[in-house]
Design a protein around this ligand. Sequence first.
Ligand code: MTE
Ligand code: MO
Length: 330
Amino acid sequence: MKRRKFIKLSAISAAGLVLPVQLEVQAEAKLLLKPRTFVTPNADFYVLQIGDPAELDAKTWRMGVSGLVEQRAQVLQLKDIKAMEPVTVTRTLKCIGDPIGTEQMSNAEWKGARLRDLLERVGPKPEAKVVVFRCADGYHTAIPLADAMREETVLAYEMNGVPLPTEHGFPVRLLNPGHYGTKNPKWITSIQLAKEHESYWEKQGWDPIAHVKLATMIGTPSEGEEIPGGKIYTVSGAAFDAGNHGGIKKVEVSIDYGQTWEEAEIWAQDTPLSWVLWKWEWQVPEKSEPVEIYARATGNSGVIQDEIGIEVEPVGATGYHIIDAAIVMP
Ligand SMILES: Nc1nc2c(c(=O)[nH]1)N[C@H]1C(S)=C(S)[C@@H](COP(=O)(O)O)O[C@H]1N2
Ligand SMILES: [Mo]
């Protein structure tokens, strides 16, 4: 009660406004969480690519759809893609190079068209096994045709209500559920049906399948943070499996090197194709000592993350994210 009142008062003084009490307490409490919002604002969404972002002009941009197709190859403009049946989806993207997901994992609401609807127009030949995407920055990657034909595979042209920002792939990028960022190409200029393809990162030894592994990140506290002893501290973060283990069933936190685990509260979630956000209120002991905070998730399939992780780079790890912090008494 005392703490809530304090939070409420500081919210008023910080904002200089009096909001409805409940909202105000929630908003202020969420400032202490990381991630703080279920949908990542575009300005905060991680950015990753092999070189500089490609700057494309919607007026002159064209995307070819060709290769092993039954019908005539097509050349599409942005308006052609926007004329297709639109879908709006919430999806988390995560980089394969950030296996535990501390920084390169973000969540947005995207609008686009189903890749399947486009591929059905050209009709893949029976011998077509993969769909190859070539991009304006020289990047190229392929996904299995079966994945491309899933209902959830989307060619996105909007992100959080605005046209895709340049750095996120304007005018069109792929959202390929269940797979790391490598399989979500930006600045697409051609789509080709083929028997096989060796992609940009595969040539350098990265996993050609790139299934997202079950992972949990701790946002608060941060590495090396000093946590006041004898008070309540909110440990928070995100967990994600991209649906590969049936979604996240639960998230647990340990402050005794994994001997005992406390279940965290999942405070925001959507489909398994988005991350879940979690928090756990910790009654911090009244003594100065170093502390290690562990977090792990369990998938609906029953898979539990383990400390070391069964798989490591270059396929993406499953180990715990561990934070070294310190409890300090005044
Ligand atoms: N054209 C192109 N698409 C790309 C890449 C790239 O280098 N070029 N990098 C991929 C990787 S490794 C990741 S993690 C995601 C990052 O997407 P974002 O920058 O929108 O977060 O883009 C993917 N798509
Ligand atoms: Mo990535």
